[in-house]
Design a protein around this ligand. Structure first.
Ligand SMILES: Cc1cc2nc3c(=O)[nH]c(=O)nc-3n(C[C@H](O)[C@H](O)[C@H](O)COP(=O)(O)O)c2cc1C
Length: 178
């Protein structure tokens, strides 16, 4: 039976907001596992997610907890993969089928709905290469929430702000309804 939600966190400032999303999912009764990219670990620490989920987050493709590899074992009972924040780099890896880290390999291996919440600067979001990757992912069946207009960590306003945890949570609930 599919029982867990996997939340993948990429390397952007918005990663700190994902702790709040995870708390909301846990409070609504979900079992949550977390995958942190290497870059994400420069923004947020594993202790926060270990405490929120009662489970150490996954970062390595060679995690000793998973003999078959976490990309297999996390996918086997995953009912939804949420990637928040989704960086330009991760959008590209997923759109192009690159199994270059645990999270992009897991993306290739899951059979459940995938929800991505991009976050990046306005120039990055508007770059044709990024928009091509988003279009590709949409046509591959990936769901998106945001990005939204607002204050960006590069100290200007514009499109690229990750949707608020409450908004992402609402999208998660909608996707979980059979
Ligand atoms: C301070 C800082 C903030 C960053 N914020 C973002 C961001 O919001 N969105 C993004 O796409 N990349 C951002 N980056 C760049 C990513 O961290 C970088 O592309 C990294 O390789 C992403 O790796 P990942 O997708 O595996 O997490 C930022 C980098 C730094 C140093």
């Amino acid at each position: 039976m599919n029982s867990r939600i996997v939340v993948g966190i990429c390397g952007g400032i918005a990663a700190y907001k994902t702790a709040s999303l995870i708390s909301k999912l846990v409070q609504s009764g979900e079992r949550v596992s977390v995958v942190l990219t290497d870059a994400a670990q420069s923004f947020v620490g594993p202790a926060t997610f270990a405490a929120l989920c009662d489970e150490q987050p996954f970062s390595s493709s060679f995690d000793p907890r998973c003999a078959l590899g976490p990309h297999i074992e996390l996918a086997s009972d995953c009912k939804m993969l949420v990637i928040a924040p989704a960086t330009a780099h991760m959008l590209s890896a997923c759109a192009n089928g690159l199994a270059s880290c645990l999270l992009s390999t897991l993306y290739l291996n899951v059979e459940c709905p995938v929800l991505m919440a991009p976050a990046m600067s306005t120039p990055m979001w508007e770059k044709p290469a990024v928009q091509r990757n988003v279009d590709q992912l949409r046509s591959d069946g990936v769901h998106f929430v945001g990005p939204e207009e607002g204050w960006l960590s590069c100290r200007r306003k514009g499109i690229g702000r990750m949707s608020e945890p409450e908004t992402i949570h609402v999208h998660c609930r909608r996707l979980l309804v059979p």
